[in-house]
Design a protein around this ligand. Sequence first.
Ligand SMILES: C[S@@+](CC[C@H](N)C(=O)[O-])C[C@H]1O[C@@H](n2cnc3c(N)ncnc32)[C@H](O)[C@@H]1O
Length: 220
Amino acid sequence: MSEVGAGAGSVARILARVCPNGDVTATDIDTRFFERLAAEERITVLRHDVTQDGFPADSFEVIHARMVLCHLADPAHVLAAMAEWLSPGGLLLVEDLDLGPADASPHPVMRQGLRLAEQTLGVSQGSDLRLGRRLQALVTDGGFTFGGMRVQPVMIGDGGPADEFWRLSFAQLRDFAALSNVALAGELDAALSLIDHPGFTDLGMNAVSVWGRKPVRPTG
Ligand SMILES: C[S@@+](CC[C@H](N)C(=O)[O-])C[C@H]1O[C@@H](n2cnc3c(N)ncnc32)[C@H](O)[C@@H]1O
């Protein structure tokens, strides 16, 4: 199995636990936050740029990537590489966010805060926080046999894990904006304090998971 863009390594660890007969290769361009997993049985930690570094064909039976494709300039190209690395019949599971629901937020302050966050990440990192909406088409167009799709609404202001994600994101972007644009910093501050305002909740985004299999026989 491969956990691509393993981040802090939590999913790599889960994969190793739920598949006691499988080996997990956990990759990232920055392995600092899960280097410790190298000490665990059946987990290999590998510094690997998924856009440039390869694996031999048919290396894995399962490939998982969560919130990685959205940061890459050409996700279709990376999915094509993943199809090579999977053995025939192998399972692909990719997960990304869709910030589309933020456009319809009834809270102008949050709508604006999320819009600024999306724009800033898009410009500074090239990230596409709406990739989740295109994920199914990318997987199907990539030649995988479509397996299924799950969409989970992610709230802001309900005390869930997304609150901390947005607190940190707004605070970081606010510091970035404050250097150049005081008006933006004020708007990000307003969104930041709204998260913890009593009675506030909002649908911020959807988390999209799509899975499929590499065909046993080549298509076409
Ligand atoms: C938003 S984090 C997600 C981490 C983890 N997958 C999770 O869901 O908790 C994105 C991760 O992708 C990694 N990443 C970004 N570009 C990459 C690349 N070209 N090759 C491999 N990993 C990459 C980053 O270093 C980061 O750890």
